[in-house]
Write a protein that binds this ligand. Structure first.
Ligand SMILES: Nc1ncnc2c1ncn2[C@@H]1O[C@H](COP(=O)(O)OP(=O)(O)OP(=O)(O)O)[C@@H](O)[C@H]1O
Ligand SMILES: [Mg+2]
Length: 147
């Protein structure tokens, strides 16, 4: 397992997809990827690149209303969450979050700010900054090495 920690820059959607593709080569079942960053920062674009690299060949969209999307058929099953509207642990429980964890899905979590208490130490934290046409700064902190 490679430690992917570092700060990366992205000047386009394509750059972010490419970074995600390289990152995904190192993902293992049960990995939790907690994403932080404002609206339009590129979280969903990143998940899309990673899911494709893991062999999922459908569409990746923000699970804004569904809260969770499942991507099956690739190397590992993926659960993609948008926690924007999740405000308490009952809500979180209802999403199936803990079930997906138990089943060993790869977990991509947008708006992790809202469920920080539910995430264990050995997660991968990715922070996105920048919006619109700006260059994105993408910082990856790989906590899997503290397992
Ligand atoms: N360098 C870049 N990396 C990623 N996306 C970029 C970049 N430059 C421009 N974009 C555009 O920014 C938008 C990012 O949207 P995306 O849905 O991934 O954001 P998000 O962080 O998931 O937002 P939300 O919190 O609303 O779900 C896309 O329209 C994309 O084309
Ligand atoms: Mg999104």
């Amino acid at each position: 397992m490679t430690d992917f920690s570092g700060t990366y820059y992205s000047d386009s959607r394509g750059d972010t997809l490419e970074l995600a593709r390289r990152f995904a080569a190192d993902i293992e079942p049960g990995d939790v990827i907690a994403m932080y960053g404002d609206l339009g920062a590129g979280k969903t674009v990143f998940v899309s690149g990673a899911a494709k690299a893991l062999g999922f060949d459908g569409f990746v969209t923000s699970p804004t209303f569904a809260i969770v999307n499942e991507y099956q058929g690739g190397k590992y099953p993926i659960a993609h969450f948008d926690m924007y509207r999740i405000t308490d642990e009952n809500d979180l429980f209802s999403t199936g979050f803990y079930d997906y964890l138990d089943m060993g899905f790869v977990m991509f979590i947008e708006w992790s700010e809202n469920i920080e208490y539910a995430i264990e130490d050995s997660f991968i934290k990715i922070t996105f900054s920048g919006s619109g046409d700006e260059r994105r700064t993408i910082t990856i902190e790989d906590g899997r090495f503290s397992r």
